[in-house]
Design a protein around this ligand. Structure first.
Ligand SMILES: [Fe+2]
Length: 285
């Protein structure tokens, strides 16, 4: 390594983006790709829920390489069979992503991978093309939301289980599907998850989001009231960071301690994000 490259490798400045969630890290591509700060990035991620790397402009290959420095690269369903790692296009443009309409569930607060018992650890998303207005991404800290619940609430929630289903989240954007479409959504199955996730670290977080269908064993009205009350609680501004994208920004978020959603934008505007993911390392239960 040359002397002139050395300062770029060592630059690593951190500040909070919002009080309860998200840090901004200003660093260089070389630092990220070296892996030298990988353990620190993992620690910030767990502590702060999300990390913004402003206008870092990683290429797809660099984003894949960076993802590998942090953990096990997770392939999308049906991809990676050829052994190649790839970025996944998040867009409403069906010429780029043929199943773009499924992504419309992302406009509502959710956790990725609630159909799995071991959800992905984190997502990493880079902005390739942004919306002229709207299209921000919001993150809320579900550890902080749990920590600040009154003790009485906490006592009542521990031990509750919630059925999650993909079809529930799809109904948010398409409330009157054909029977055929509903059946295809339902074929994705259901998953029973704890409402309160006790992590290996001993910390607890709330497991909520658009796939949350019903609290097991609870009357539908009481269940809906509880799920909406908790979502409303967890997504208060004090637990939220809203990221307004610039081209080249990269954000990584801890999918096990946050929920996220995209804000509305013109679906014809060409907004395009490239996402990679880290394999889950811990089961919900
Ligand atoms: Fe998502």
């Amino acid at each position: 390594m040359t002397d002139s490259a050395a300062p770029a490798v060592s630059r690593f400045e951190i500040h909070d983006a919002a009080p309860a969630i998200s840090s901004v890290v200003r660093t260089s591509k070389a630092t990220l790709l070296s892996g030298a700060r990988a353990a620190e990035i993992r620690a910030i991620l767990e502590r702060r829920g999300a990390i913004v790397f402003p206008e870092i402009h990683l290429t797809d290959e660099e984003q894949i390489a960076f993802t590998h420095t942090l953990g096990t690269f997770a392939h999308e369903d049906g991809e990676g069979a050829d052994g190649k790692d790839a970025v996944y296009p998040i867009t409403m443009d069906e010429s780029i992503n043929p199943i773009a309409s499924y992504l419309k569930g992302a406009f509502f607060w959710h956790i990725d991978g609630t159909m799995s018992d071991k959800p992905i650890l984190a997502s990493i998303m880079s902005a390739r093309r942004i919306a002229p207005t709207g299209g921000e991404t919001e993150f809320c800290n579900t550890y902080a939301a749990w920590d600040e619940l009154p003790e009485e609430d906490q006592r009542q929630l521990v031990g509750l289980k919630v059925a999650h289903a993909v079809w529930r989240s799809q109904l948010y954007w398409h409330p009157e599907p054909s029977f055929d479409l509903l059946q295809r959504w339902m074929a994705r199955g259901k998953n029973i998850l704890p409402l309160v996730w006790k992590h290996r670290s001993g910390r607890r977080s709330l497991v909520l989001g658009a796939t949350a269908l019903q609290v097991v064993g609870m009357d539908i009205d009481a269940s809906e009231a509880l799920l909406v009350r908790l979502r409303d609680w967890a997504t208060q501004p004090r637990f939220v960071y809203r990221h307004t994208w610039k081209v080249g920004d990269m954000v990584i978020w801890d999918n096990t301690g946050t929920m996220h959603r995209a804000l509305a934008y013109d679906h014809a505007c060409g907004r395009l994000m490239h996402r990679t993911k880290l394999e889950g390392e811990e089961s919900f239960a």
